[in-house]
Design a protein around this ligand. Structure first.
Ligand SMILES: [Fe+2]
Length: 441
């Protein structure tokens, strides 16, 4: 059955290339590089069973020395494979590669959590499925974490069949140097994770694989009996210390770190059960429609504090807004950070997690704010010295999208530059900034 996507998520039918884009305001000259953003964009005639399952499309904007040189959009050209082989194993070389885009060791990858990465070039052409010289034997999450001190890329793959969870580490030069199976009770949908200085943080939450749903929609549903656990594991591998938490779901982590007492602090957007029951059917997942109609849940920024010395865990809601797509200055990944950024419908939001203060910029009625990617300023002295890049989408399909550039130190002042894109860009998932060699990143 086809699922009808709402206006701001509706796909575009073709690929275009445009040069010399109009800009309102002043683009910082130091932003010389490429902003790439990924998201589902079913091809014409492609059935839509779930928002998450459409073919991946990349949108790119080339900025150079104060000018917006080009926009282009390209589908990620992935292999057509039979996912389940006759022997029951899974072929990870196909898939939709529709979730995020990341550069590591000079290669750019389009990522989806159910498949191998797909390498692309800097003009958005697909190079092909990549398995790190045959060493990667699981899918790769769309949310790898780069350690800012070592340049290593930590990631994982989860699966509907054993091994359910595997931890991997890429060296700074792009070599896959470690893979460890991690024991979890069942096949959960693990979209994101976190690293700290010494540890990896796992989210073992009750969105569980259901074989009955294979071929109908994304085969995951809320499990009343699965429980919910956050796990802390040394980056070197070894046993996981699990902490039981109130059942919830987390798509995205803002950051995690170790505090002065050795506790692990995790900031993430938490969906309570009601929020899951509202969200999942609305984007194509099958849950009880009657319950869907009655649900009014929230996805709010939360903090879990896990104390390995005592086994205690505490949980704190940090804000009342319903938000998604938390981001930060990636140079603080796994370390104590003061600032997080997020989107709340038409608003871009900045959190000062030390003081509890927030700042917001509202795009106005009908607009949807895309994930705000933080790019450090050239001469940055403070954590929030930098720029926030976000593609915005309007409900009206005739209204072209915009790439907004905000000064992250003063989000409420509004954008310093607006790049007028030549078409609507459907609201999607995750973007990245790829600086030219020698530029700020
Ligand atoms: Fe994501």
């Amino acid at each position: 059955m086809d699922h009808q996507l709402p206006g701001h998520l509706a796909p575009v039918p073709d690929e275009i290339s445009t040069v010399d884009l109009a800009v309102t305001g002043t683009l910082p000259t130091e932003l010389t590089g490429r902003y790439f953003r990924n998201g589902p964009n079913p091809k014409p005639g492609e059935p839509v069973r779930h928002w998450f399952s459409g073919s991946g499309m990349l949108h790119g904007v080339r900025l150079r020395e104060g000018r917006a040189e080009w926009y282009r959009n390209r589908w990620v050209r992935t292999n057509k494979v039979e996912r389940f082989r006759e022997d029951g194993s899974i072929d990870f070389s196909g898939g939709v590669a529709n979730t995020s885009v990341r550069e590591h060791a000079g290669r750019v990858f389009a990522l989806v959590e159910s498949s191998f990465p797909v390498e692309i070039d800097r003009e958005l052409n697909t190079i092909g499925s990549h398995d790190f010289d045959g060493r990667l034997t699981t899918a790769m999450t769309a949310h790898p974490k780069e350690d800012p001190d070592t340049g290593e890329l930590h990631f994982f793959g989860y699966s509907a069949i054993p091994p359910f969870l595997t931890y991997h580490r890429l060296a700074a030069d792009g070599t896959l140097v470690a893979s460890h199976e991690v024991q979890v009770p069942g096949p959960t949908m693990m979209h994101d994770f976190a690293i700290t200085e010494h540890n990896v943080v796992w989210l073992d939450l009750p969105a569980v694989f259901d074989r009955e749903l294979v071929g109908k929609t994304l085969p995951y549903r809320w499990s009343e009996g699965y429980g919910a656990r956050i796990g802390v594991m040394p980056k070197t591998g070894g046993p996981v210390r699990w902490f039981e938490v109130e059942p919830c779901y987390v798509f995205h982590v803002g950051n995690a770190c170790e505090d002065a007492q050795g506790r692990v602090v995790v900031d993430a957007v938490r969906y309570d059960r009601a929020a899951w029951m509202t969200l999942w059917p609305s984007i194509g997942g099958k849950e009880d429609p009657a319950e869907h109609a009655a649900s009014t849940g929230t996805s709010k920024l939360h903090r879990w504090t896990l104390d390995p010395a005592t086994g205690q865990v505490s949980e704190q809601q940090l804000d009342d807004r319903s938000v998604e797509f938390p981001t930060l200055n990636d140079l603080r990944t796994g370390k104590q950070n003061q600032f997080l950024y997020a989107v709340s419908h038409a608003d871009l939001v900045k959190y000062d997690t030390a003081s509890g203060a927030t700042q917001a910029h509202s795009l106005g009625a009908g607009w949807h704010a895309g994930e705000a990617v933080f790019v450090p300023a050239e001469q940055a002295r403070n954590e929030d010295d930098g720029w926030l890049l976000s593609i915005t989408t309007h409900d009206d399909p005739e209204v072209p999208s915009r790439l907004l550039v905000h000064d992250a130190t003063d989000l409420a002042a509004g954008p310093v530059a607006t790049v007028h894109l030549p078409r609507r860009v459907p609201a999607g998932f995750h973007g990245t900034w790829i600086a030219d060699e020698g530029e700020n990143r």
